[in-house]
Design a protein around this ligand. Sequence first.
Ligand SMILES: NC(=O)c1ccc[n+]([C@@H]2O[C@H](COP(=O)([O-])OP(=O)(O)OC[C@H]3O[C@@H](n4cnc5c(N)ncnc54)[C@H](O)[C@@H]3O)[C@@H](O)[C@H]2O)c1
Length: 253
Amino acid sequence: MMTKTVIVTGAAGGMGLEALRILAQRDINVVCVDLDQASVSQAINAIGPTKGRFLAIGADVSDDAAVRNYVARAVEEFGALHGVYNIAGIEGNVVPVTEATVEDFDRVVAVNARSVFLNMKYATPHLVAAGGGSIVSTGSYLATRGYPLCGCYGASKHAVVGITKSFALEVAAQNVRANVVAPGATDTRMMRATFESMSSDAAAAEAALVAAIPQHRMADAEEVVATGIWLLLDAPSHITGQVLRVDGGLSAA
Ligand SMILES: NC(=O)c1ccc[n+]([C@@H]2O[C@H](COP(=O)([O-])OP(=O)(O)OC[C@H]3O[C@@H](n4cnc5c(N)ncnc54)[C@H](O)[C@@H]3O)[C@@H](O)[C@H]2O)c1
């Protein structure tokens, strides 16, 4: 069987690194994208030997030309493209809507949502040319729910779900699937930074949030991205336009 090629964004972050670790065990070429190429190379070195070829790219996923370029580079380097896993994201400023600036709103929406649009826009012709493919994007508990101090971030994540549903309908007949994996609190830099911003007592903020999760723990990055990779490469092909929550039961309540 032909070696597949996928793009993973946010590759040097908490979830990104775990995604690379899982993909390294499989015969898959991975175009690894994050803001800083050196940190992507470091992440690739950290995971050790890979079955497929891994390529490190430094790029801003909110930038039109940058996304167009790395998609083109992926196809140039590996001959085809079969999937994109959008992981890159920022928490933005954790403040009430009334205190957020226009710049706060625009930046978080650009990084978290415009990036998904751009990856869909530029990758899809190649997925279709390959006979089909899959795009998985990272939502959040805040992609379908609200939470104080997280209005701008929540807007960006609701947008990820919105574009995924319409896009999935547009490309379904061309054998391209699109889904969202929606993590709850996951133990990475982003969640720790959010606890720090939410309260002068980060440990108390963490304890309150963990207490509200039915499983009484945060997710490990590995269990979130294992779900994303399943949706990307292994899920039954009838699954498209869906939001799959990995949140220890939080949203079931
Ligand atoms: N950690 C959580 O609790 C949690 C919960 C729900 C959703 N998420 C989402 O999961 C995804 C991964 O987050 P994480 O927890 O691994 O955080 P993280 O901060 O460890 O990783 C995010 C990565 O995205 C990269 N990035 C940021 N802006 C970028 C840009 N403009 N271009 C390219 N790369 C950029 C960062 O450099 C970083 O490596 C994000 O989309 C986040 O919103 C996280």
